[in-house]
Design a binder for this molecule. Structure first.
Ligand code: 5GP
Length: 354
């Protein structure tokens, strides 16, 4: 008989953060917000490497995890998981020209032999790159766990990110297999159709709360991956215990996002698509394999200019949230967060736009 877990699981849209009395002092509210420290410093469980930066990151998607994006995000102290379709030569050239930002980049790979070979060539050619992001749509297979073990054995001192999963027991298994950071999220993404196609998923806020608890118990870390639609959602992900928050859609549509700018009816648009959408599969592997449904959408998003403005908006939201709960730094945010369940997020009388 199928089992039903009757515990209520929540998404970002189901909660708000309750403000708390605070002892933070400043001459003005603006000063108070400005002074919030968003830098985090982590030492990873298995590689023993350390991270110092603002733990907001761009997803390893074609149009988001680009070198251009990395340059701007790094200038704000943020991280980029570079998509896996750059050549080894392109990587080498980029690394030569941008040696100072390599600590804010990860190389991405799936589990195929060819991905492993390419990733190894990049890492061996550019020793300053210390982060590896191995991700698959479904991180629940034994083959994946074995692959994480193999990568850990070959790269003992690289920071290993592995995912995606949404439950504590799998977070623990991947950390014990050698991963440092577990990527959490199945189905919440803006261009993801897994929940529609496969009916599988887990509300992201609850997934983050549960997975962070499991990871932190073992000295591991997690990334909340997918589902953030506005700066307030990024706040909620950190409040729920995420060590890093990964964004795809929120970084789409900018000058630094890959792909052409399209002009239609006087409106500027950019293409954004899921990494297992028909668009991505046609581009990279010559079509959708017939045993596998495409689980990603292709959308046109409004052109949004320089991503610097968007990142400032996100970091501003985070700083503001910290002052509302009395956190002088991002590190204190989750400890000071109480979520309240709500039936409405915003007043949309004048429409749902900013
Ligand atoms: P977003 O920030 O846009 O809500 O979510 C970004 C995340 O969506 C990515 O980091 C990745 O985990 C996930 N994603 C990207 N492309 C696809 C896809 O084609 N299918 C699915 N199921 N998830 C995707």
């Amino acid at each position: 008989m199928p089992r039903i877990d009757n515990d209520i699981k929540l998404d970002f849209k189901d909660v708000l953060v309750r403000p708390k009395r605070s002892t933070l002092k400043s001459r003005s509210e603006v000063q108070l917000v400005k002074r919030v420290n968003l830098m985090r410093s982590y030492t990873f469980r298995n590689s023993k490497q350390t991270y110092d930066g603002i733990p907001v990151m761009a997803a390893n998607m074609d149009t988001v995890g680009t070198f251009e994006m990395a340059k701007v995000l790094a200038s704000h102290g943020c991280f980029t998981t570079i998509h896996k379709h750059y050549t080894v030569e392109a990587w080498k050239e980029f690394a030569e020209n941008n040696p100072d930002i390599l600590k804010y980049l990860a190389v991405s790979a799936g589990v195929s032999e060819s991905d492993f070979i390419k990733m190894s060539a990049i890492l061996e050619g550019i020793p300053a790159i210390k982060y590896i992001c191995i991700d698959v749509a479904n991180g629940y297979s034994e083959v994946f766990v074995q692959h994480v073990k193999d990568v850990r054995a070959k790269f003992p001192t690289h920071v290993l990110v592995a995912g995606n999963v949404v439950t504590g027991e799998m977070v623990e298994e991947l950390i014990l297999a050698g991963a440092d950071i577990i990527k959490v999220g199945i189905g919440p993404g803006s261009v993801c159709t897994t929940r529609k196609k496969a009916g599988v998923g887990y509300p992201q806020l609850s997934a983050v709360i549960e997975c962070a608890d499991a990871a932190h118990g073992l000295g591991g870390h997690i990334i909340s991956d997918g589902g953030c639609t506005c700066p307030g959602d990024v706040v909620k992900a950190f409040g729920a215990g995420a060590d890093f928050v990964m964004l795809g859609g929120m970084f789409a549509g900018h000058d630094q996002s890959g792909g052409e700018t399209i002009e239609r009816n006087g409106k500027k648009l950019k293409l954004f698509y899921g990494m297992s959408s028909a668009t991505a599969m046609n581009k990279h592997v010559g079509g959708v394999a017939n045993y596998r449904a495409s689980e990603g959408k292709t959308v046109e998003v409004t052109y949004r200019g320089d991503v610097s403005d968007t990142i400032k908006d996100i970091l501003g939201g985070l700083r503001s949230a910290c002052t509302y709960v009395g956190a002088a730094k991002l590190k204190e945010l989750s400890r000071r967060t109480t979520f309240i369940r709500v039936t409405q997020q915003t007043n949309n009388i004048f429409g749902n736009t900013t």
